[in-house]
Design a protein around this ligand. Structure first.
Ligand code: ATP
Ligand code: BTN
Length: 333
């Protein structure tokens, strides 16, 4: 592990740590500690305070992810669905990592978290803002005997898993925007990215990626070009434990992945409909430069979107299209 990351692990508690104590604990010189503290600030975007003669502390404590805490917070039976757990301080993208690991034979039920992603991805090459030590960036690998075409509804099923966990954790007003966004009052709180590979007739594998904001600084979020929110801004929620939330999500997502393999999307549709944000509203479907205005008329049994265009129903697959609320009604509430 790089030195500045080792220093940050020590400082994560927000307490003052003397240069001497840090140097001793990490087997470094005091000059090396000083250098690492500065690198941590610059490379990770963390504010590290230096108190003359007393030491260093983080301006805001951070709860780093801890595999033992995550696993201990999952009851034994669902924990058995997790076959491997990878946690990285710094990675390009947890989805890219699991796609690579899948090719090398990683088992179904491999779960990956990162403290930071250097190249977090949304759909179609878009960026997912993923600063260090905050939010959740997780991916889960699952293998199916089915071909990829049977997995079209999985994004919706996974969305119900995330929305359900947030609701159970006391987050009010959670909604889903077809096919892969989790919203709080029209602002983007989380996003799902599903990547599939496999033979037409099966078997196939999917990596489900979830980015969920717990705390995002406005300057870190400057490049986000749509209304966004983090859990900290949702009033009435108590302190958020990233490890606890990670455990709840891992438990429920693995359950949903397993059930989808036997029962498909059907059992999740009532939940989807309950959370479906723009159902019955005027929206537009964008496909490349083309835009189709219509009324969101629900989803098919396979998870495709039904758009009522002047009384005629057209269906759209998630792959290449985006849903947006109608132009006149796009302001966040
Ligand atoms: P679509 O409806 O096609 O899914 P989208 O604009 O939500 O449209 P995605 O690919 O799903 O696109 O998500 C990527 C987008 O999410 C980025 O272009 C940016 O606008 C937004 N985004 C990036 N990072 C974050 C973040 N941490 N929190 C909230 N939103 C983010
Ligand atoms: C979206 O809204 O387009 C989906 C965003 C998905 C982001 C998550 S963060 C963990 C995983 N790794 C990635 O690179 N992307 C997903």
């Amino acid at each position: 592990m790089e030195t500045h990351l080792r220093v940050i692990r020590r400082l994560a508690d927000g307490e003052l740590h003397s240069g001497e104590a840090l140097a001793q604990a990490l087997g470094l010189s005091r000059a090396a500690v000083w250098k690492a503290v500065h690198k941590a600030g610059a490379a990770l975007g963390l504010e590290v305070r230096s108190v003359r003669g007393r030491g260093y502390c983080l301006a805001t404590p951070i709860e780093l992810l801890d595999p033992a805490r995550i696993l201990a917070a999952i009851p034994r039976q669902p924990r058995n669905r997790i076959k491997r757990l990878d946690i990285y301080d710094d990675i390009d993208s947890t989805n890219s990592h699991l796609m690579r690991e899948a090719q090398k034979g990683a088992p179904s039920g491999t779960l990956c978290f990162a403290e930071r992603q250097r190249a977090g991805r949304g759909r179609r090459g878009r960026t997912w803002v993923s600063p260090f030590g905050t939010n959740l960036y997780l991916s889960l690998l699952w293998r199916y005997p089915l071909g990829p075409s049977a997995l079209g509804g999985l994004s919706l099923a996974a969305g119900t898993a995330v929305a359900g966990v947030l609701e159970t954790e006391g987050v009010p007003d959670i909604a889903l925007k077809w096919p892969n966004d989790v919203l709080w009052r029209r602002r983007k709180l989380a996003g799902l990215l599903l990547e599939v590979a496999g033979e037409a007739q099966g078997p196939s594998l999917v990596v489900v990626g979830l980015g969920l904001n717990t705390h995002l600084d406005a300057d870190q979020a400057a490049e986000i070009d749509q209304p966004w929110v983090d859990l900290e801004a949702v009033s009435g929620l108590g302190p958020i434990s990233r490890n606890r939330l990670a455990a709840r999500l891992a438990e429920r997502l693995t359950e949903v992945m397993e059930k989808y393999g036997t029962d498909g999307l059907g059992p999740f549709l009532p939940e989807w409909e309950r959370f479906d944000r723009y159902r019955g509203e005027q929206v537009e479907i964008r496909m490349g430069d083309r835009s189709y205005p219509g009324i969101h008329a629900g989803v098919t049994a396979e998870g495709a979107l039904c758009l009522d265009i002047e009384g005629r129903i057209e269906t759209f697959q998630a792959g290449e299209v985006s849903l947006r609320p109608a132009r006149e009604d796009r302001s966040p509430i």
